[in-house]
Design a protein around this ligand. Structure first.
Ligand code: NAD
Length: 421
């Protein structure tokens, strides 16, 4: 099928590449000329494991352009995968509507306009209204991929969710995903509002699990329990399951924080209760400050002290720093007058643009040289493989429970982590 994707960011580029891998003929569109220029030169503007190889493999079926009209010419469907960032606690839908207007202006034939961006319930209807006098159908196809594992998630999804309002749109969607459904991947067809809700409900539930465990972590510390053991015991219950029960210094990223906020907003807009999610948010905000709170127990005055920071990305295997706990830590440490020596193999450049005034090192161990303390903010695998005896900082705040607490204390570190003894 000939398909277009508007918005060539994390979701759009992965979606386009994976749909090309499934055999479709894809044109990816973006307003960012630099990004399209890079892609046309064979450079990949984001870090996502395996993406460069897959783009190279499917280059015959992938076109990159800034021209939307050209992209949808002869296409059977167009995906909208532009950003829907947080704007004062709600989803900013201006890019989605702008793209919808451009599609309306450029479309000559029937086309299914598939919204892949995360949008509040009711948005599909608003987009359909934009198309009132055109033969265009709207579909909702929320994306569940995780950065760092995006290709595997797209090609082997737990489920594909598709909301449609017409049989014709449903048939187009069925054909797009046929290569995956014939391999047994489940597809759930729903109405459009339910599909829109599923995305927010899923992200809010995952964020809730994280904040739930983070709520229990301080009690574990005070009462002599271990949150990792508690989470393991909970997770063995098949009704609960083991995932997203890791205590730490909070969730970040481009999705959970903004989606939780947006769902709270939508709930309130419809006069519904949002108190669980308000608590999820406030616990997360507390967690993001927790590493400094813990550090100050050992170094009450940070002015003039040097703090090493391991991990800048909001999670491992990505260069995405949106809403990363590391940013909260850097700002606070700078305010307190501390010197920062930061290390992240992948997200360094993005943070350097925001904070050119701190030191970035080439290796994690180098960051700990001359440091009074080390904070671990992201659980990159490489940190687990480091011989802790080589860490120079004597105080360690392990915000991701990377190291074995007993061993670290035996090695003479003043070591504290989250929810453990
Ligand atoms: P992103 O910021 O990486 O990419 C968005 C792209 O859209 C950018 O390249 C931008 O230049 C482009 N764009 C903006 N306006 C445009 C326009 N008018 N025409 C053409 N292109 C335009 O965002 P993302 O992380 O890919 O997220 C996209 C959507 O997918 C969001 O709604 C997000 O919530 C959702 N989502 C993201 C993830 C994730 O892990 N990143 C996962 C699931 C869902």
């Amino acid at each position: 099928m000939k398909l277009a994707i508007v918005g060539t960011g994390y979701v759009g580029l992965v979606t386009g590449t994976c749909l090309a891998e499934l055999g479709h003929d894809i044109t990816c569109v973006d307003i960012d000329r630099e990004k399209i220029g890079m892609l046309n030169q064979g450079e990949i503007p984001i870090y996502e494991p395996g993406l460069d190889e897959l783009i190279e493999k499917n280059k015959e079926r992938l076109t990159f352009t800034t021209n939307l009209a050209q992209a949808i010419e002869g296409a059977e469907a167009v995906f909208i995968a532009v950003g829907t960032p947080d704007k004062h606690g709600r989803a900013d839908l201006s890019a989605v509507f702008k793209v919808a207007e451009s599609i309306k202006a450029a479309a000559n034939d029937y086309l299914v306009v598939i919204n892949k961006s995360t949008v509040p319930v009711g948005t599909g209807k608003k987009v359909q209204n934009i198309f009132a006098d055109k033969d265009l159908d709207v579909a909702s196809n929320p994306e569940f991929l995780r950065e760092g594992a995006a290709i595997g998630d797209f090609l082997n999804p737990d489920r594909i969710v598709v909301g449609t309002a017409t049989q014709q749109a449903k048939e187009v969607m069925q054909r797009i995903y046929e290569p995956l459904t014939t391999q047994g991947r489940p597809i759930l067809f729903t109405d459009i509002p339910s599909a829109e809700m599923i995305k927010y409900a899923a992200n809010a539930m995952l964020a809730t699990r994280i904040s739930f465990v983070n709520m229990l972590a301080p009690l574990c510390e005070k009462a002599g329990a271990d949150i990792q053991t508690v989470a393991k015991g909970m997770g063995l219950d098949t009704r609960i399951g083991p995932k997203f029960l890791n205590a730490g210094i909070g969730y970040g990223g481009s999705c959970f924080p903004k989606d939780v906020k947006a769902l709270i907003h939508t709930l309130k807009e419809h006069d519904c209760q949002a108190s669980i999610l308000e608590s999820v948010e406030s616990i997360n905000a507390y967690q993001k400050r927790l590493a400094i709170t813990k550090l100050k127990k050992f170094i009450p005055i940070l002015n003039g002290k040097t703090v090493a920071l391991w991990g800048l990305a909001f999670k491992p295997e990505t260069d995405d720093i949106r809403e990363a706990p590391s940013l909260v830590l850097i700002e606070r440490l700078k305010r307190e007058g501390a010197f920062i020596r930061a290390y992240d193999s992948t997200a360094k450049e993005a943070v350097e643009k925001l904070h050119p005034d701190i030191t970035y090192t080439e290796t994690p161990l180098e960051a700990t040289e001359t440091a009074d303390a080390l904070i671990i903010a992201t659980e990159w695998k490489e940190f687990q493989q480091i011989n802790p005896e080589l860490i120079k900082a004597k105080i360690i705040i392990d915000g991701r429970n990377v190291f074995d607490a007993t061993k670290m204390r035996e090695l003479g570190f003043t070591y504290t982590s989250i929810g453990r003894q």
